[in-house]
Design a protein around this ligand. Structure first.
Ligand code: ASP
Length: 310
């Protein structure tokens, strides 16, 4: 019997204590705790890492505070397009969805693509069709709307910047993407990531989250990783896979590898954000180069924490 653990994130960025109300902080804590509980309950019953991360990610998608599923950010054209991915480290199977609208739980769609299609990634209308075919739950635009995200977008309307948009909102430079990584009692690892992407993004823009190896990766030989941050540098750095490579080829520990990638390699590309990860031995780590990252972990050795700031 090995150590099992679950680690989650709800996005990284300029999250400053001074700008947070007590009530909001409590709600973020509750949201993270609920997601941890949902995933951990599965691990405790000797369930699989895949099922645990799926449950944790769905819980975060359903929470309007996070930029994934309900509460996703608005793109330049005022629409909410979502990206998500899931990967099973046991067999290297993966599923991903890009720029999809109206699917209540994009990570569930990624999971269904992994299990029921011959493909790894579907996008846009094709992804929506596949969701309908598999009777996944759809929602009207109104379900995804949140005043907070709409205001963020309104602040940026008329601005022609796309990828680096969040840099303009100096006071609110947050990436609210969600993700989870777990290792189960059998030593299998899995990771998932889900996001609305970046505020005011170009219609059709796809970030790192659904790209296997960039925002999401899992391999039983090494680790499972879910990233959050400014997607473009994360794609160029092949971030999640790089952590796995440093472990596999250089013999680094999980945390050492994550530190190299987040504090050295990403910094050189001005890649702001962070990541969470587990390895097959039950280690879990949460590393970021931004002011804060919504994050939490729970392990079978009794460790339990939920944190926001540095
Ligand atoms: N990485 C995501 C993206 O670029 C954003 C985030 O992590 O919040 O789409």
């Amino acid at each position: 019997m090995s150590v099992y653990s679950l680690v989650i994130h709800g996005g990284a960025g300029t999250i400053l204590k001074g700008e947070m109300t007590k009530e909001l902080e409590t709600n973020y804590h509750k949201g993270l705790e609920n997601a941890l509980d949902a995933g951990y309950a599965i691990l405790e019953k000797e369930g699989s890492a895949v099922d645990a991360i799926l449950a944790a990610t769905i819980s975060l998608e359903n929470n309007i505070l996070f930029n994934a599923g309900r509460g996703s950010v608005f793109g330049k054209d005022g629409s909410q397009e979502m990206d998500a991915a899931i990967m099973n480290g046991q067999n290297l199977m993966a599923g991903a969805v890009a720029a999809v609208k109206n699917v209540r739980n994009p990570v569930e769609l990624a999971y269904t693509i992994m299990n029921k299609s011959q493909h790894v990634m579907l996008n846009g209308n094709g992804a929506l069709e596949f969701a309908k075919m598999n009777k996944l739950r759809l929602e009207e635009d109104a379900y995804f709307y949140s005043e907070f995200r709409h205001n963020q977008w309104k602040q940026m309307q008329g601005n022609d910047e796309t990828a680096l948009d969040h840099n303009i909102i100096i006071k609110d430079k947050k990436f609210g993407t969600v993700g989870a990584a777990a290792v189960d009692i059998y030593g299998n690892v899995a990771a998932a990531t889900s996001t609305g992407g970046m505020t005011n993004k170009q219609y059709g823009r796809v970030g790192d989250s659904p790209i296997i190896g960039a925002g999401t990766y899992a391999n039983n030989k090494t680790c499972a990783i879910s990233c959050t941050g400014h997607g473009e540098p994360f794609i160029r750095a092949v971030t999640a896979y790089d952590v796995s490579c440093l472990i596999e080829y250089k013999g680094l520990s999980l945390e050492e590898a994550m530190n190299v990638v987040v504090h050295d390699k990403l910094m050189k590309l001005e890649g702001e954000g962070g990541m969470i990860g587990v390895d097959t031995k039950g280690n879990a780590a949460m590393v970021f180069n931004s002011e804060g990252m919504y994050r939490g972990l729970r392990k079978s050795d009794g460790t339990k924490m939920v944190l926001i700031y540095k």
